[in-house]
Design a binder for this molecule. Sequence first.
Ligand code: G6Q
Length: 550
Amino acid sequence: MAEITKTSEWRSLEKHFEKIKNSHMKEMFEDDPNRFENNHILFDDFLFDFSKNRITEETKKLLLSLAKAADLENWRDHLFSGEKINFTENRAALHIALRNRSNRAIELDGKDVMPLVNDELTKIKKVSNEVRNGEWQGYTGKKITSIVNIGIGGSDLGPAMVCKALKPYGLKDISPHFVSNVDAADLSKVLEKCDPETTLFIIASKTFSTQETMTNAFSARDWFLSKAQKDEFVKHHFVAISANTKAVTDFGIHPENIFTLWDWVGGRYSMWSSIGLSIAIYIGMENFEGFLAGAHDADNHFTSSPLEENIPVMMALIGIWYINFFGFNTLAILPYDQCLARLPAYLQQADMESNGKFIGRDNKRVCQQTGPILWGEAGTNGQHAFYQLLHQGTQIVPSDFIMPVHSNYQLEGDKNNHHQILQANFIAQTQSLMMGKSVIDVQDEMRNDIKNNKDLRKLVSHRIFEGNRPSNSIIFNSLTPRALGKLVAMYEHKIFVQGVIWNINSFDQWGVEYGKQIAKLVLPELASNQSTKAFDSSTNNLINYIKNNT
Ligand code: G6Q
């Protein structure tokens, strides 16, 4: 493929950008009474409204041509047919097989992977049922009441986000905990809440060599054995999910307690696999299957909807429009549901680890910006903090507003309409970011309060809102396992589409591997009695300062 920025489609977008870069959405809405009609997609109970974006019919047409020029449809086929598109690791990216509820054959190296996936699901079902119904007992015969997932990055963020989001579906007498940071504070705080007799540790690590996870796993085992005393009891309290069976066995986990992961499942795409065991235990297998089914619905939508009616495709193209043409380099994820508080962190990994790359598939430096800096916070909390910058900052932050129509929570006899207030805030924000507030409106508003014209003139400019700040609105019926599966999978495909257009490999993560590598070089220097000269002067002095003050 030709360098994307050199294609005629890219050049047409550049020209078009010059034409519309100063257009205001307010006028676009005034000019076209059907703007919403023409700029939203309904998919099951999902409404994706992208009308509050700085796009015209022409923009959409040109962006869709860009997707075609990048051969998107073919790449989508490569992804779904198990080709080794993660070429730097010689791996397929087959997370879609993990949630393939149709059970159609998906071949890798000429072999259907579905029997493997189904066997693993059967095992997840068996263990999660046993833990939930008390058949799985601790070493003193007690039922499990705490599950502690020890993992980091892709082996933590997904299950942690989902268990929080789907708490209303969770079993009341089991508490899920997540330990990721090697900072002892993380594990200590969780252990304070647990009893060795009733705790099941899930050691989640694809490689089973990640320093943070292994350190926490060894400490958890020490904590357990300090009470249980006998190694043979480890079997009742430790299970592992890994692609590295040997390392798991060496750690002392019973072979029956090992769940398999394959190299074709990337860490950040792994919560659909046995990495989701904590989810299945907490919300039950039926709900976990609902979650998978939601993702499968999104997969079908992505593969079968025409590009212009395809939510992940349109999300991706709008993102490209902002990042590569307007130079708006961040994306805010703003869920108006407290249960989705961890969604921004989850998507931050999914997006930034997948598309934070400067080398293209052609092994050359890319000529355009790639993945956005993704961040966010649950609404309405963000409104009382960083939304100031969204409304009046010099940088423009395209934002995704996400909200269910019905909340899973209702206060008894709720006379105060919590959810309606939340909804009103969501709508008010997207509307005002788009519309802004003009000088005349501000003057009218202030005239009653400030009688002195001189003061009025001075203060007006501070209260003006330029508007024209873009947002997507994603509204769905309620936060069910199926809806959550759908939502996350749509973002996964949005990320994929952008990776295709930027011609990068969205499925490796050499930056993460680099972090793992360098920490191992520093550790012995910190541990030795000698002062270090191994690195640059800043690094040496930081290490020596810590040692001198320990
Ligand atoms: C995800 C990344 C990374 C990974 C963690 C944990 O895509 O590869 O976040 O999940 O580094 O790795 P392990 O599961 O091997 O411990």
